[in-house]
Design a protein around this ligand. Structure first.
Ligand code: ADP
Ligand code: MG
Length: 305
């Protein structure tokens, strides 16, 4: 979930873990509408959900061990040996095995978040809610926490509902994205789809923060309205591997690259080019028809004088 501050992201996450109630609409988790659940069923559902916070929310006066032990005790675990083993296993997973006896207040921000994540995983949830988990961290630490979240998703098979105001976070680890504004979801879909074809103005703004497909100002200044400029958007595949070479070989159209951007999105390569064409109208038309047949989205870019 992405949205500017005040969009309603935290409120939405509080609806999912039942800390907030809704007046309209439905909250459906794993096919279960939470409106239909009684108190017992709701508690069972809550136990399947773990939560990671922006400010870590650790008990600062307690040890790392104690912070992770508490949810296990609350769950009814009593066997000291089992609890010890579980805490060691969790700390090893998050890369903090040596901090077993450390005091929470002695840890760095990144380490605190790792403890926060270990605590959230203690009771083996199926769903992890993460509200701005990396917003209080520096870029390198953010990277390592995002990699940890990705491992949790892939290795432990845990669904993560991740909230952020940074598109870079979505680009790095998310499969799907929903954009929130004024308490509502305005656009949603797979990351590759939303990043390549954003529909709403706000979505376009978010995408532009991580995918630069603008023609540089200095280049724009030199263009005139009679110039023929097209924007090409496509995912790399076998039919377009040697695109520029094929264009040159098959069509007598002079092609100048005004901007080029190549981005990896969940293993797919998204290419966005702004190209200036010079040539006979019929040749340019034939070139565009050929591009479209290769699953390339081609849009005319209007140039102002
Ligand atoms: N769907 C909604 N209906 C009514 N009030 C909402 C709704 N979504 C958010 N709010 C209110 O808007 C404010 C900001 O919401 P919050 O969830 O904290 O935003 P964010 O986490 O995106 O910064 C809060 O006061 C919240 O109660
Ligand atoms: Mg918030």
């Amino acid at each position: 979930m992405i949205g500017y501050s005040g969009a309603g992201k935290s409120t939405l996450i509080r609806l999912v873990n039942g800390l907030e109630t809704h007046e309209t609409g439905d909250v459906i988790i794993d096919g279960q509408n939470i409106k239909d659940l009684n108190e017992n069923e709701l508690n069972r559902l809550r136990k399947r959900i773990g939560m990671v916070f922006q400010q870590f929310n650790l008990l600062e006066t307690q040890s790392v061990y104690r912070n992770i032990e508490i949810p296990l005790l609350l769950e009814g675990k009593k066997n000291k040996k089992e609890i010890d083993a579980r805490i060691k296993e969790l700390l090893s997973f998050v890369g903090l095995e040596d901090k077993y006896n450390a005091h929470a207040s002695s840890l760095s921000g990144g380490q605190k978040q790792r403890v926060g994540i270990a605590r959230a995983l203690a009771t083996e949830p199926d769903i992890l809610l993460s509200d701005e988990a990396t917003s209080a961290l520096d870029p390198d630490t953010t990277d390592s926490i995002l990699k940890l979240l990705q491992r949790i998703n892939k290795e432990l098979n845990i669904t993560i509902l991740l909230i952020t105001h940074e598109m870079e976070v979505i680009k790095q680890i998310c499969d799907s994205v929903a954009v929130m504004k004024e308490g509502a979801i305005i656009e949603a879909g797979p990351v590759a789809q939303v990043f390549s074809q954003p529909q709403e103005a706000d979505t376009k703004r978010f995408v532009a923060t991580v995918i630069d497909n603008q023609i540089p100002e200095a280049t724009l200044k030199q263009l005139v309205s009679t110039n023929i400029v097209y924007k090409l958007t496509y995912f790399s595949n076998e039919s377009n591997q040697s695109l520029l070479y094929d264009m040159n070989q098959q069509f007598p159209v002079k092609t100048e690259i005004l901007s080029a951007s190549v981005n990896e999105l969940q293993g797919h390569i998204l290419n966005i080019y702004n190209l200036k064409f010079e040539g006979e109208e019929a040749d340019i038309d034939a070139l565009i028809t050929d591009l479209q047949s290769k699953e390339i989205k081609v849009e005319r870019v209007e140039i102002d004088d």
